[in-house]
Design a protein. Structure first.
Length: 272
């Protein structure tokens, strides 16, 4: 194959991938979060990888004796999740039907996440060291659930798989019919290594603030929460949670700008 022919095939395949992979995964909600995303990997593939990773995390935490060791804290976190989960339907009609799981890991790490398909983990250090109240926990949870609703992991993994596929473009014109073993491995490794971009984090803030407000948690707590988080991140070992998060002024300014939109949702919930 000549170099020109190789480049033509690569360009053609890239065009096909882009055309096939652009979609919107969620509705915009009151905060207007709808946009097109590049999605090459199927949600089923990623949810399978996420379930595998989550099961491994649970098994390891159980082996170490740190899984759900504080019954009261576990119940508290799960109760907040139960209020938020049904309202995910505002952004995705299928999300309330996900196989949601919520677990608390006893660790000093200041972290929390929600994997694709609704697999949530909170680290006790995040709640205890920052002395989070329920409103603040709900805002963190809404933010993490927003990543799953918006399929930010799938978006990033799709980009990683596309890059891997482009490198091996000579193999059956990118193997568009099925994921190769190499691409599947890339997908799994990219999922494990996910660190969301600043634009993803800002988007999760918007969606998460609306989710928590609709669930009856005060969105004004978001300002105090991020002040606590960013103060904790000023030391020599910033929280994993803040690895790529927007600057303090950007984050707080966005929350404040959204309060006129989400506060009526919170007040309406309180009146019911």
């Amino acid at each position: 194959m000549t170099f020109t022919s190789w480049m033509f095939r690569a360009a053609t395949a890239a065009f096909v991938l882009l055309a096939a992979g652009c979609a919107s995964t969620t509705d915009g909600g009151a905060v207007g979060a709808e946009r097109k995303q590049f999605m090459l990997v199927s949600p089923q593939e990623l949810e399978q990888a996420a379930a595998q990773g989550y099961a491994q995390l649970q098994a390891e935490a159980s082996r170490k004796g740190v899984l759900n060791t504080d019954a009261a804290l576990t119940q508290r976190v799960r109760a907040i999740a139960r209020r938020i989960e049904p309202l995910t339907g505002v952004f995705r009609k299928d999300a309330p039907g996900w196989k949601w799981e919520v677990n608390v890991i006893n660790s000093d790490e200041l972290n929390a996440f929600c994997m694709p398909g609704g697999k949530i983990a909170f680290y006790s250090g995040l709640i205890r060291q920052l002395n989070l109240n329920d409103d603040e926990i709900a805002i963190v949870m809404g933010h993490e659930i927003a990543h799953a609703l918006r399929e930010h992991s799938r978006e990033q993994v799709s980009q990683a798989v596309a890059a891997e596929t482009a490198i091996g473009v000579g193999s059956a014109l990118l193997g568009l019919g099925e994921t190769s073993a190499g691409a599947a491995n890339t997908m799994y490794q990219a999922l494990l290594a996910t660190r969301f971009s600043r634009s993803h984090e800002a988007e999760a803030d918007r969606i998460g603030l609306e989710l928590s407000a609709r669930a009856g948690y005060d969105p004004r707590a978001g300002v105090g929460l991020w002040q606590k988080m960013l103060k904790a991140g000023s030391g020599s070992r910033p929280p994993v949670f803040l690895s790529t998060h927007p600057a303090e002024t950007e984050r707080i300014a966005q929350i404040q700008s959204l309060l006129p939109t989400v506060s009526p949702l919170y007040e309406a919930t309180r009146k019911r």
